[in-house]
Design a protein around this ligand. Structure first.
Ligand code: HEC
Ligand code: HEC
Ligand code: HEC
Ligand code: HEC
Ligand code: HEC
Ligand code: HEC
Length: 279
C-alpha cells in the first residue's frame, strides 16, 4: 500500500489525492536519469507517466493498464514505483509479518505489536493465553482496510451449519486451522496466517501455510498473456451493445505468488476448504 500522496499545491488539474507536480527534486529524491524533467528541472506529468500528453486526456479515459502508464512499468506494486525516486528505507512501513531474521530467529518485541507477550511457538495455547492486544477479528484493521481486496468484506460473516461441517472436515483432512471469531464469524485470520512461514512449525496446523511467496515481496500478480486478447474481445462485444462501449476496465489478472495464506487460492484449495462449487 502506498503512503498517501500529497495533494497538488499548484493550480493544475489532477486526480484527487494525486502526487504533487512542478517541483524541483530536492537532494532527498533521486529521479532516474531517463525520467524526463521539464526545462526548469521540475517533475511533470511526463516524468512519471509514459503516456504522451496525459494532461490533455480526460482522467477516466486514461488507460491505467498501459505498461508505460507509470514510466518503465508495469510495477507489481505502486510502492515499487515510488522507490524509483524516493529512498525505500525512509518510505517503507515496517512489515510486521516479516518476523524471522536470516538465521530463523525472532525479536520478541516484534511479537508485541499484536501479543501482549510473545507466546512460545513450540507450545499449544488457548486464544486467551495468546493475549492478543485486540480481538483477532479487529487486530488487522488498524493497518489494513476492512476491504483490502475484492470479496473480503462479503466473507466476514457466519458460515451456515453445512459450511461449518465442511470447514471442520477440511481442517482435519488438510491439517490446517480455519479459526472463527468468538461469535462464529469468518475473520481475516480464517484465511490468512498472521505470521511469516516457519515461525510456527509446519507440523502444527497453525503453522501450515502457503510456501511459494516471500513475505518481504508480498502478493505478486502478473498480467496474464491472454489479458490483451481478453480485453480486446470484451471491448469489441461491449461496443456492440446498445449505447456503445461502457467505460469499464476489464482485467484478467492472476496470482503469481502468494504469502500469508493458510491454503493456496491460486489453485482453488483455499476456496474449496469452505465452498462446494458446482463443476
Ligand atoms: C511523481 C509521479 C507522478 C507525477 C509527476 C504525475 N503522476 Fe499521475 N499518477 C502517479 C501515480 C503513482 C498514479 C497511480 C496512483 C494509483 O494507482 O494509486 C497516478 C495516477 C494518475 C491518473 C489516474 C488517476 C485515477 O485514479 O484514475 C491520472 C489521470 C494521472 N495520474 C494524471 C497525471 C497528470 C495529468 C499529471 C501531470 C499534471 C500527473 N499525473 C503527474 C504518479 C504521478
Ligand atoms: C519521478 C520521481 C518521483 C516518483 C516516482 C515519486 N515521487 Fe514523490 N516526490 C518527488 C519529488 C521531486 C517530491 C518533492 C519533494 C522533494 O523533492 O524532496 C516528492 C514529494 C513527495 C511527498 C511529499 C513529502 C515530502 O517528502 O516532501 C510524498 C508524500 C511523496 N512524494 C510520495 C510519493 C509516493 C507515495 C510515490 C509513489 C506513488 C511517489 N512519491 C513517487 C518525486 C517522485
Ligand atoms: C500481526 C499480528 C501478529 C504478530 C506480529 C504476531 N502474531 Fe502471533 N498470532 C496473531 C493472531 C491474530 C493469532 C491468533 C490466530 C487464531 O485465532 O488462531 C496468533 C497466534 C499465535 C500463536 C498460536 C498459534 C496456534 O497454535 O494457534 C503463537 C504461538 C504465536 N501467535 C506466536 C507469535 C510470536 C512468537 C510472534 C513474534 C515472533 C507473533 N506471534 C507475532 C497475530 C500476530
Ligand atoms: C475468504 C478468505 C479471505 C479473507 C476472509 C480475507 N482474505 Fe485477504 N486475501 C485472500 C486471498 C485469497 C488473497 C490473495 C490475493 C487475492 O486473491 O486477492 C488475499 C490478499 C490479501 C492482501 C494482499 C492484497 C494485495 O493485493 O497485495 C491483504 C493485505 C489482505 N488479503 C488482507 C486481509 C484482511 C485485512 C482481511 C480481513 C479484513 C482479509 N484479508 C480477509 C483471502 C482472504
Ligand atoms: C502494525 C501494522 C499491521 C498489522 C497490525 C497487520 N499488518 Fe499486514 N501488513 C503490514 C505491512 C506494513 C505489510 C507489508 C506490505 C504493505 O506495506 O502493505 C503487510 C502485509 C500483509 C499481507 C501481504 C500483502 C502484500 O501484498 O504485501 C497480508 C496478507 C497481511 N498483511 C495480512 C494481515 C493480517 C491478516 C493481519 C491481522 C492478523 C495483519 N496483516 C495485521 C502491516 C500490518
Ligand atoms: C473460511 C471459509 C471460506 C473461504 C476460505 C472462502 N469462502 Fe467464499 N464465502 C464463505 C462464506 C461464509 C460466504 C457467505 C455465505 C455464502 O454466500 O455462502 C462466502 C461467499 C462467497 C461468494 C459470494 C459473495 C457474494 O457476493 O455474495 C463468493 C463468490 C465466494 N465466497 C468465493 C470464494 C472464493 C473465490 C474463495 C477462494 C479465494 C472463497 N470464497 C473462500 C466462506 C468462505
Amino acid at each position: 500500500m502506498a503512503a498517501t500522496p500529497v495533494m497538488a499545491q499548484r493550480p493544475v488539474d489532477l486526480p484527487p489525492l494525486h502526487h504533487l507536480v512542478n517541483v524541483k527534486p530536492s537532494k532527498a529524491v533521486n529521479v532516474p536519469e531517463d525520467f524526463p524533467l521539464n526545462h526548469r528541472g521540475e517533475i511533470t506529468c511526463e516524468t512519471c507517466h509514459g503516456i504522451e500528453d496525459i494532461e490533455d486526456i480526460p482522467f477516466e479515459e486514461v488507460d491505467k493498464r498501459a505498461p508505460d502508464f507509470l514510466r518503465q512499468g508495469p510495477y507489481a506494486k505502486t510502492t515499487a514505483f515510488c522507490y524509483r525516486c524516493h529512498a525505500e528505507k525512509t518510505y517503507r512501513r515496517q512489515n510486521i509479518h516479516d518476523l524471522l531474521d536470516a538465521r530463523g530467529e525472532y525479536d520478541e518485541k516484534a511479537c508485541e505489536y499484536c501479543h501482549q507477550q510473545a507466546p512460545d511457538p513450540g507450545k499449544d495455547h488457548t486464544r486467551e493465553q495468546l493475549k492478543l492486544r485486540l480481538p483477532p477479528e479487529t487486530i488487522c484493521l488498524g493497518c489494513h482496510l476492512k476491504t483490502p481486496h475484492l470479496n473480503a468484506l462479503d466473507h466476514l460473516v457466519k458460515p451456515d451449519e453445512k459450511m461449518r461441517r465442511r470447514m471442520q472436515a477440511s481442517e482435519r483432512r488438510l491439517g490446517i486451522i480455519l479459526p472463527l471469531d468468538t461469535r462464529g464469524r469468518i475473520m481475516c485470520v480464517t484465511c490468512h496466517a498472521p505470521h511469516e512461514r516457519g515461525l510456527i512449525d509446519e507440523s502444527k496446523p497453525a503453522g501450515k501455510q502457503v510456501a511459494d511467496g516471500d513475505v518481504k515481496e508480498g502478493v505478486v500478480y502478473e498480467d496474464h498473456p491472454w489479458d490483451a486478447v481478453y480485453r480486446a474481445d470484451k471491448q469489441a462485444r461491449l461496443k456492440k451493445l446498445p449505447g456503445g462501449a461502457a467505460p469499464v476496465a476489464l482485467y484478467y489478472r492472476r496470482l503469481r505468488s502468494e504469502v500469508l495464506l493458510r491454503l493456496s487460492a491460486r489453485d482453488g484449495a483455499l476456496c474449496l476448504a469452505c465452498h462446494a462449487f458446482e463443476r
